[in-house]
Design a protein around this ligand. Structure first.
Ligand code: PEP
Ligand code: MG
Length: 390
């Protein structure tokens, strides 16, 4: 494996692109074992640590369920306080596994709806835990039901309405990072906010996160800069990227949702009509496998250009399933992205594809796109951004 990775790096070096760090392959991992495996396969960081699966651990789930049916802020905070040390342990494990490489932790994304008790047994268990009757609990559970939860109360919308959820997660990240530093383990956390649609969401949430990081680090006597960025996975966010970049250190394209929302194709039903539809040659690619350059790719390219026009240091990556696809990796390199992120077992192929992308495309200045420029008139981002931030 080491020889293979060196070979990939040598290919890239021979393409004379300058910095080998210019185009990286990271991994999507939310368990230390996956992170370790991906690291051994050559992952240069974690590009997406989904935190939702962590909440399904039995010891956290009961407290999280108590949190979502709580009536008061005090009750919600008390329930989250029980989860805090467990989240700290989760993050510490992943930071340790990555030995100082960047680890992008995505704050909670799925709708609250997903965490509610789904069976009578689960409702009874929660009622017993809270020492209330099932009858009094049921209406609170019913209230959380949504017809279209994936278009509902999820991602940063959760933090807009319940700031204490992200506050707890950011505190856990800060505590885990401080713990690493106290144990002389190198650490490089990054915080990623999902389902952003307006700059104002970030303008609201970013200072909260910064204040918590500062409080924890000051108390621990730690100096550490933590990047705070956003996923771009809703077309509106791509369109408003020039404004959003004012509050983001990085963008990561969530191409699973971005594809779903751009095409209005359900990502959860790809086996339904899509195979027969695609056979009729109405699209260039299966958009859930490779980036469709004319639509989703256009948005990626546009958002990257607009974001960097406002924030030239903006790091830009991709963390949807497409991140492991060679055609997409070639596209990402041409679009000037900084990294791709994919599941651990796809990392070796992605490293090879990344090396090939460098070789296949003429040497050029770092971060310059060779993807056909989006045809839209270039908006005067700076001026507009000064007026409005949404
Ligand atoms: C995405 O939407 O591409 C993404 C990475 O997030 P998730 O798959 O968890 O929705
Ligand atoms: Mg998503």
């Amino acid at each position: 494996m080491d020889t293979f990775l060196k070979w990939c790096d040598d290919i890239r070096a021979s393409a004379k692109r300058g910095s080998l760090k210019g185009f990286e392959v990271r991994t999507n991992a939310d368990q230390p074992e996956d992170a370790k495996r991906a690291f051994a396969f050559g992952a240069q960081g974690v590009g997406l640590c989904r935190t939702e699966h962590m909440f399904f651990d039995k010891d956290k789930l009961i407290h999280f369920r108590a949190m979502i049916v709580a009536d008061t802020l005090e009750e919600r905070k008390a329930a989250l306080k029980e989860i805090l040390p467990l989240q700290q342990k989760d993050f510490f494990g992943i930071f340790k596994a990555m030995e100082g490489r960047p680890v992008t932790i995505r704050l909670l994304d799925p709708p609250l709806h997903e965490f509610v008790p789904h069976t009578l047994e689960e409702t009874q268990e929660l009622a017993e835990f809270l020492k209330v009757s099932v009858e009094s609990l049921q209406p609170k559970i019913d209230r959380l039901h949504e017809q279209n939860p994936m278009l509902g109360h999820r991602g940063c919308r959760l933090a807009v309405t319940y700031p204490e959820i992200y506050n707890m997660q950011v505190e856990a990240i800060a505590l885990a990072a401080a713990e690493c530093i106290s144990k002389k383990i190198p650490v490089q956390p990054e915080i990623m906010i999902p389902i952003v649609i307006t700059a104002r969401e970030l303008k609201l949430l970013r200072p909260n996160a910064e204040a918590i990081l500062k409080r924890v680090f000051d108390k621990a006597g730690v100096k550490l800069h933590v990047k705070i960025g956003t996923m771009i996975e809703v077309p509106r966010a791509a369109i408003r990227s020039g404004h959003i970049a004012r509050y983001a250190d990085f963008f990561s394209f969530g191409t699973n949702d971005l594809t779903q929302m751009t095409f209005a194709f359900s990502r959860d039903d790809v086996a339904s009509f899509l195979p027969a539809y695609l056979q009729q040659n109405v699209l260039d690619v299966d958009p859930f496998k490779s980036i469709d350059e004319e639509g989703v790719g256009w948005l990626i390219s546009y958002a990257t250009q607009q974001g960097r026009a406002v924030n030239p240091d903006l790091k830009v990556g991709i963390c949807g399933e497409h991140g492991g696809d060679p055609l997409t990796i070639d596209f990402c390199y041409r679009a000037g992205l900084s990294y791709v992120s994919c599941s651990p077992f796809r990392v070796p192929l992605a490293r090879l594809a990344a090396a090939q992308a460098v070789l296949n495309n003429k040497p050029k200045a770092d971060k310059k796109s060779t993807v056909k420029k989006p045809a839209a008139k270039k908006p005067a981002i700076k001026k507009a951004a000064d007026k409005k931030t949404a």
